[in-house]
Design a protein around this ligand. Sequence first.
Ligand code: PMP
Length: 391
Amino acid sequence: DLAAWQRGLRAQFPIVTANPDLAYLDSAATAQKPQPVLDAVMTYLTGENANAARGTYPWANRTTARVEQARDRLRAFLGDPDPGRSGVHFVSGATEGLRTVARDWLTPQLRDGDEIVVAHADHRANIVAWQEAADVARARGDRVTLVPMPYDGAHDYDAARLADLVTPRTRLIAATHVHHVYGNDMHVSRLRAAAGPGVPICLDAAQSVGHMPVSVAELDADFLVFSGHKAMALPGTGAIWSRNRRGPVFRPGGWQGTPNTAGIVSLAAALDWLDMAGLDQIAAWTRDLAARLTNGLAGLDAYEVLGCQTSLTAESAVQRRQGIVTFRHRAIGSNDLGFILAADGFLIRADGHCQGEEGEKTSSVRVSLHVHNTVEEIDRLIDRLAALNDA
Ligand code: PMP
């Protein structure tokens, strides 16, 4: 049964069990680490820590092998249909990953008149990277424009309208898999049909990898970038998966510099743990908690939930809200609400959430969930929010 399954997993997060009075509700910023991930790092650092691709002694060789195994582990985790062709490049997180694709892969190919399609409502990391590519091209005399992808916050990308935006000059479509403020699954697998077979698609999967099953075969993207630390690996981890870029095609970080070996070990261990736990069940658990919170807020007139308004449970809905619920109080500022909730042990994010232009307008409070969160935590939060309803 699901409750027993969840209790068993929750017990594996030492930071959670050590702090029973705190509810960690900020997994979209960074995820907590289960004990087996911490153990894997300790075993590595105390057993065979060495630099990779350097030595002639066993620790160095084993470290090199661990990094290569982690690449293969990630390919398998992402359901890579052609692991003999794809590339895995380790980075410090989604921001560096997106900038690396932009700088090392896209920028050199940009020519005068080229276009990049990107949604202004996405995370700033997924806008700035492409803006910089366009700026570098412009500085050398090639005018490159960013074409805004239609998206109103309450739905997924408007794939029908996207088809009109794609021209022979479209060099890339930059999309987000799950939105970090609205929590929507953006249904990016539909983008391929709208884009046609020849246009590269780069996905920011920072909020999906580690939270739900992610299959690069299904998504049909050319690049998929994510943050390992949001998928229960150590801080300073992340990766770029690329459909056909096997080998160290990007600048340092591959074998041209010292990789984050302990971080990479933690990432492989985190992927093992997530597979063991079951990503379908994790996604269902966090979606149900999000729906419970959304329902609770629907009964409190002081609160406005951003993004899709419907409370969604699993398969029934077209726009599925994943484990993220973002809202505002009509009278209490979002930062104040954040402090009030923190004083009561609810660790949540309050501000503009690094969203592009939108974020500046819409300061809000975000609750983001993972498998260690409980129904009791959500009900306690709803009670606290209800007590503030008439403030
Ligand atoms: N994209 C999205 C959708 C995100 O949620 C985040 C993290 N908030 C990032 C990119 C940036 O990730 P990182 O800070 O790990 O580089």
